[in-house]
Write a protein that binds this ligand. Structure first.
Ligand SMILES: [Zn+2]
Length: 215
């Protein structure tokens, strides 16, 4: 089975791994996988994710480190890779070829509710003068509306109508992006719970393993 998936129309090199590539939280497995793709693992910046809404701007000096208390990474350094671990939450990758800036965001319901998407684009606008018309957003595999059963409070929280008690995280992301004027959205439309043979799903078995999305 395939070791990673990606969207061929997205302008930056990126991918999300599958279960076949192994647990990406494991440093040896992760490094060997990156080397197999001819990528230098030392150039990767990761985060100790907390389901929060903090974003950190990183550069070459942050390579090969984990940023603490952080769920979103932004870099304008083209030799730096940034990555986000997930197992049901939404991995978002942001690319702006024109302004040479990219971002990786870990967006579960807590992060989305806490404004992680808005915080990211706030920084992209203020610190990098990113032109939102040129931005592309990749929505990676996550637990989708087919499988993500929640209580009715979750619907009220996001002011969305639940269908059969299912919450649609990608719909929430898209609404936020549209509000910001971003419509170049590349949704890979894969469900981590549905395809539990291909992805790790925390909801399914409380696993510690994670897939990774890198840009
Ligand atoms: Zn599903």
């Amino acid at each position: 089975m395939e070791q990673f998936i990606f969207n061929k129309n997205f302008s930056y090199r990126h991918f999300t791994t599958t279960k076949t590539a192994g647990n990406m939280k494991d440093k040896n497995i992760r490094n060997n996988f990156l080397i197999s793709l001819n990528l230098n693992p030392v150039k990767l910046v990761l985060a100790n994710q907390t389901h929060g809404n903090n974003i950190t701007i990183v550069g070459a000096s942050d390579q090969n480190t984990f940023i603490d208390n952080c769920d979103g990474l932004i870099t304008a350094d083209k030799n730096t890779m940034i990555g986000i671990f997930t197992a049901d939450c939404v991995p978002l990758l942001v690319a702006c070829r024109k302004d040479q800036v990219k971002a990786a965001i870990h967006a579960g319901w807590k992060g989305l509710y806490g404004g992680i998407v808005e915080n990211t684009f706030d920084i992209l606008k203020k610190d990098f003068s990113v032109d939102f018309n040129e931005v592309q957003v990749y929505i990676g595999p996550h637990i989708r509306s087919c499988c993500y059963e929640v209580n009715c409070e979750a619907g009220l929280r996001f002011n969305v109508k639940l269908k059969d008690n299912k919450l649609d995280l990608s719909e929430i992301v898209c609404k936020k992006l549209e509000k910001l004027g971003i419509d170049n959205i590349f949704d890979i439309k894969r469900c981590t719970f549905h395809e539990k043979d291909l992805f790790f799903s925390y909801r399914y078995n409380g696993c510690d393993e994670r897939i990774i999305s890198i840009i």
